[in-house]
Design a binder for this molecule. Structure first.
Ligand SMILES: *Cc1c(COP(=O)(O)O)cnc(C)c1O
Length: 303
């Protein structure tokens, strides 16, 4: 029965590894108080925001006495790896529906999922889309939506706000894929705050409207910035990789090329452009995802 007891206590010990770090901004042209919420330190596989998006889904599965979890994602998805690792941690069975044919050589992400005991099922685009509309409990399997999206994902992400006392900052900035995480933050944000999302997708500008609606008329301002995608989802340039390496050398904070590299690049741009008023307290949410860098050519990043 010990594993059931462990499952009941949803916030695991590894949350204690996260903290808020102040950046040395003496080299910056403009004086802002720049801080980073290090969710990347949470766990190497259940990284950053993914734990917060998953936890209420797992709790709901438990409430329904369901110990079989299933979810969806691509070859490099941080979400499927986080789900596989969380299921391994809580002794739940895990089935991952992966978009695309079974590759001859598994990505580092897929390999880790397999090593964590997940069952991988590869689906072509049509079958994947058909299956994806499943959510919640079907038969004896609890389906978590792709990317941990949905109401429980938003509510779980919202717990970040109280957990780390985010009311103490003027600006809260995070990377947006589905927008679930930033929606949760925006929901709880106070009138004196501005929440900024860095969109890592190209040509998906409706996300601004979607986030505002799902955040239930938040009292805070919200801006989605659409010019930092570097060509689109999981696309990158030398400029981005150089920035990530420089940023690491300067602050010893690793970033990933899909989300947080673009996020910190945008933050640096905003600081240089005097976007923040003098003395503003800025919090950047480092949502993790470092494992995804295994998809880059060797030696692209120095960390
Ligand atoms: C998934 C992910 C995001 C995007 O989160 P959404 O809730 O989908 O917007 C941001 N950063 C990292 C590192 C991620 O893995």
């Amino acid at each position: 029965m010990w594993f059931i007891i462990k499952f009941v206590k949803m916030d695991p010990f590894f949350l204690q590894k996260t903290y808020i770090q102040s950046l040395d901004t003496s080299k910056l042209r403009n004086a802002v108080n720049l801080n980073v919420l290090r969710l990347d330190l949470l766990h190497p596989q259940i990284s950053g925001n993914k734990w917060f998006k998953l936890k209420l889904f797992l709790e709901e599965a438990k409430k329904q006495s369901c110990f079989k979890i299933a979810t969806f994602g691509g070859y490099y998805s941080n979400h499927i790896l986080a789900t596989a690792a969380a299921c391994n941690y809580y002794h739940l069975s895990c089935t991952l529906f992966v978009r695309g044919n079974e590759p001859k050589e598994y990505s580092a992400t897929l390999r880790q999922c397999k090593d964590l005991g997940a069952t991988l099922v590869f689906l072509n685009k049509n079958d994947y889309l058909k299956l994806k509309i499943n959510e919640g409990l079907k038969a004896d399997v609890y389906f978590i939506p792709e990317g941990g999206n949905g109401t429980l994902g938003i509510m779980g992400a919202a717990t970040i706000y109280a957990n780390y006392k985010l009311e103490n900052y003027d600006f809260l900035i995070g990377a947006c894929g589905t927008g679930t995480t930033i929606t949760g933050i925006l929901r709880d944000a106070k009138p004196h705050q501005t929440v900024i999302g860095i969109n890592v997708l190209k040509g998906y500008e409706n996300l601004q409207q979607e986030i505002v609606i799902k955040a239930n008329n938040s009292k805070a301002r919200f801006n989605l910035l659409n010019d930092f995608h570097f060509g689109g989802y999981a696309k990158y340039t030398k400029v981005l990789l150089d920035f990530m390496n420089d940023f690491y050398t300067q602050h010893q904070i690793p970033t990933d090329f899909v989300y947080t590299g673009k996020l910190f690049y945008a933050v640096q741009y905003l600081v240089n452009e005097n976007f923040f008023a003098l003395g503003s307290k800025v919090l950047v949410i480092h949502s993790g995802g470092i494992q995804g860098n295994a998809g880059l050519p060797k030696s692209s990043v120095v960390f």
